[in-house]
Design a protein around this ligand. Structure first.
Ligand code: NAP
Length: 275
């Protein structure tokens, strides 16, 4: 299956590159179908030469005639970008926003457009292992939804939610999640160094341990608690270590961290709406 028509990206940064790279790798689009609007000349040259896509310094001309438009700028510049696009989109253009914390109502107001998808990807999208949660306005047809799912799935896993509130929740869990995982991994590597391994050895051991644990979880289909019980022998090493983690309330800290990130996402959404 292929996507048809012109696909325009507004903003040619890290996330736009992750999406277009994966779409091309998966053979879902041809490079000629893609136009990227990007203000930095060096970045435009790079995207054109690395991927063979069209580039444009002007948002309006990049967006003109697009079947699908991906909004991939930082939320801070959105106020500058939306007026560029108002009136240039056809009613049937599918607009997909990947911008953190920008509500559908803000996009609707700024663009005067009905067919809107709001998505929340995460950075592992850059290696095809992203997690994206997305929602859409009622004007988005089932065919549009199929296309949105195909585009977002090119970055990894993706699923649709009916309620936009779930996007703020997803921002706290899968959006900020890589940041939390990197912090935990960093801590484990430091622990390895602390007990006497070289940093390179500790890094190798921790990355493989984390990756292997996830693979085991996925392949066995077992509950994490079940797998944890299986490595926790009575009076053993894992029991001794787990007690420290429970005493330091690591589980509660994770719950609070995700809840705080989700609440912050909702707060940023309020701010961007001027509420
Ligand atoms: N990175 C993540 O983990 C992640 C995850 C989920 C969602 N997102 C969302 O994805 C969006 C893009 O993030 P990113 O990490 O790809 O950011 P980024 O690398 O900074 O990309 C944004 C790009 O847009 C360009 N730009 C700035 N002003 C513009 C304008 N007026 N018109 C057109 N393009 C303009 C920027 O150019 P300059 O370099 O000149 O500024 C930059 O190349 C953000 O809204 C973010 O919230 C990011």
């Amino acid at each position: 299956m292929q996507l048809s028509g012109k696909i325009a990206f507004i903003g040619g940064g890290a996330m736009a590159e992750a999406i277009l790279k994966r779409l091309l790798l998966a053979g879902l689009v041809q490079p000629e179908q893609i136009t990227v609007a990007e203000p930095v000349p060096g970045r435009r040259e790079f995207l054109a030469s690395a991927y063979g896509v069209q580039v444009d310094a002007v948002n309006r001309s990049a967006a003109s005639g697009a079947a699908i438009l991906v909004l991939a700028v930082k939320p801070q510049v959105l106020d500058k970008v939306l007026p560029d696009l108002a009136g240039v989109l056809q009613p049937e253009t599918l607009v997909i926003s990947i911008m953190a914390g920008v509500r559908i109502s803000s996009l609707h107001r700024g663009l005067g457009h009905e067919r809107l998808v709001r998505s929340m990807p995460n950075t592992p999208a850059q290696v095809g292992k992203g997690m994206t949660v997305w929602t859409a306005t009622p004007a988005v047809t089932s065919e549009d939804k199929g296309q949105a799912q195909m585009i977002l799935e090119a970055m990894g896993d993706a699923f649709f939610v009916d309620d936009e509130h779930a996007i703020d929740l997803a921002t706290g869990l899968s959006g900020s999640g890589p940041g939390f995982v990197f912090l935990l991994v960093e801590g484990l590597i430091d622990a390895g160094v602390h007990i006497g391994f070289s940093r390179a050895q500790a890094e190798r051991m921790v990355l493989q341990t984390v990756e292997g644990s996830i693979a085991l979880l996925r392949e066995s289909g077992a509950h994490p608690a079940d797998l944890r019980n299986r490595v926790t022998s009575p009076g053993g090493t894992t029991a001794a270590g787990s007690l420290v983690l429970e005493q330091r309330a690591v589980r509660a800290a994770l719950i609070e961290a995700v809840a705080a990130a989700s609440a912050r996402s909702a707060e940023l959404g309020d701010l961007s709406e001027g509420a």
